[in-house]
Design a protein around this ligand. Structure first.
Ligand code: SAH
Length: 460
């Protein structure tokens, strides 16, 4: 994954000061998902190009925490996505913040700039790409890549090589990329929660509040979570209050702390997909599938011949349909997967006959008096051979630096169980319905409070 930034401002090598990276050196930075290299293919008085090359570790991505998933092929290491946004924040954070001790006036000045992204996935096509960047003053050049040059009949991919040109501040260009690249990709490699609203409002300062596509940007940036969107839109509407330097610094620190554990959701899904695989299941159900992230992993594993995703929220299912590209899958793939609208609180004959089911981060969304109905739907009526169920470990909440004591991780959670409470519940359910259960931690285990997520694997 390659991003280049070029200027023809004279002397062009000042770009090195602005980026805090010397044009004569190649520098490498270790990131949680791989390495970022910064180097300058061109550095003269009249033109200077800095390259940010991301070397995402594909094996690390599939292994996650537990190392239990089989290899699967995906585009993540090779295309511009939220990984690039994180790299911009980590590696070019000073420039993104508009700070430059050596040349503060240059950092504050519009410069002739060109950004080139080698492979940018654009969900929404060139039209959306232009609607996002052109109102910000960029000249946009986009080359669409075919799915496979050897087979033109297969049509176009969703990958573009994109060049953006404008005379603007470097910090603005970086902020636009930081926000809009993941928006075009319409995916994120980490769990999206309240801190994302902060980031969006901070990096959107001065441009997002008045952007004609602000709703699409906000919706996609916040992964279609309506609660977060409402909050962000309200904050953007009152934008303009200046943000004191001190708060900005504290927020930077918070973000750094929070970003570390954010791969948790990916780890969790990788692990669940691995456990389902190892159970030998061929027909699998994802109950409370949300926007289909686990389904996507299941679809990539040919062991699973029939996959069903069920959720009570039809909007989530619509997003899942888009994420999985259901309408464009070849027929043989399309036949393997089915999305169902339904509730886990009611017996549903469509869920019978599956070898295994996943219930990932769903129980804590149910009202406690309805748990018994859920238990019967899953363990008595659907009755798959294996049930893999995850839920937050409340004991771990003291380790989330930003979580006030006694609060849940998510505003929709009706409860969160300690390890003790989860064990009592799971053992009781297993005994009642004729399963046995074993437990596995998800995420890095803390010696005192355990892992952030707990998993119960029920089998008959
Ligand atoms: N399993 C997904 C989504 C977790 S969020 C993931 O890990 O990414 C919880 C999901 O449970 C939401 O999509 C919500 O719509 C769904 N849900 C809540 N109550 C439900 C019910 N009664 N029946 C089915 N799904 C439900």
């Amino acid at each position: 994954m390659l991003l280049t930034l070029r200027t023809t401002h004279v002397p062009a090598t000042d770009l090195g000061f602005l980026l805090h990276k010397h044009p004569d050196r190649v520098q490498t930075f270790e990131l949680p998902f791989g390495a970022a290299h910064v180097f300058y293919p061109e550095a003269t008085e009249t033109a200077c190009t800095a390259a940010l090359l991301l070397d995402v570790d594909p094996v690390g991505l599939v292994r996650g925490a537990g190392g239990t998933i089989d290899q699967y092929v995906n585009d993540r290491p090779y295309v511009a996505s939220s990984f690039l946004a994180v790299a911009i924040a980590r590696v070019l954070g000073t420039a993104l913040g508009g700070r430059c001790e050596r040349m503060p006036e240059l950092a504050a000045s519009p410069l002739p700039l060109e950004a080139r992204i080698a492979a940018l996935p654009c969900r929404g096509g060139e039209g959306l790409l232009r609607r996002l960047f052109e109102p910000l003053g960029y000249t946009v050049h986009a080359d669409l890549h075919p799915l496979d040059p050897a087979f033109p009949a297969w049509g176009a991919s969703r990958y573009f090589t994109v060049t953006l040109r404008a005379t603007c501040r470097l910090s603005d260009l970086l902020a636009h990329l930081y926000v809009l690249v993941p928006v075009l990709d319409d995916d994120k490699h980490y769990w999206v929660g309240d801190p994302e609203v902060e980031k969006l409002v901070r990096h959107g300062e001065g441009w997002l509040g008045t952007h004609p596509e602000r709703e699409t940007i906000t919706r996609r940036y916040l992964r279609h979570q309506r609660g977060l969107m409402r909050e962000a839109m309200a904050r953007l509407a009152t934008e303009g209050e200046s943000q004191p330097e001190e708060t900005a610094r504290i927020r930077d620190a918070e973000e750094a702390i929070l970003e570390r554990p954010l791969r948790l959701h990916d780890q969790r899904l990788d692990l669940v997909a691995g456990v389902l695989h190892e159970s030998g299941a061929r027909r699998v159900a994802d109950l409370g599938c949300g926007d289909g992230k686990l389904l996507k992993r299941l679809l990539a594993d040919p062991q699973f011949t029939a996959i069903v995703g069920m959720d009570v929220d039809s909007r989530s299912l619509a997003i899942a349909r888009e994420r999985l590209d259901l309408d464009r899958l070849p027929p043989r793939q399309r036949e393997r997967i089915q999305l169902l609208h339904g509730s886990l609180l009611y017996r549903d004959r469509r869920l019978a006959g599956y070898d295994a089911a996943a219930v990932v981060e769903v129980v804590e969304h149910l009202d406690p008096p309805r748990l018994a109905a859920f238990e019967r739907t899953v363990f008595e009526f659907a009755r798959p051979g294996t049930v893999v169920l995850t839920t937050p470990n409340r004991d771990y909440n003291v380790r989330w630096p930003s979580l006030p004591a006694g609060r849940f991780r998510h505003r929709d959670h009706r409860f969160e169980w300690t390890r003790g409470e989860f064990h009592v519940w799971a053992v009781g359910v297993a005994a009642q319905f004729g399963y046995h259960v074993r437990f596995q931690p998800v995420g890095e285990e803390d010696p005192e409070v355990g892992a952030p997520t707990q998993m119960g694997i029920f089998s008959r």
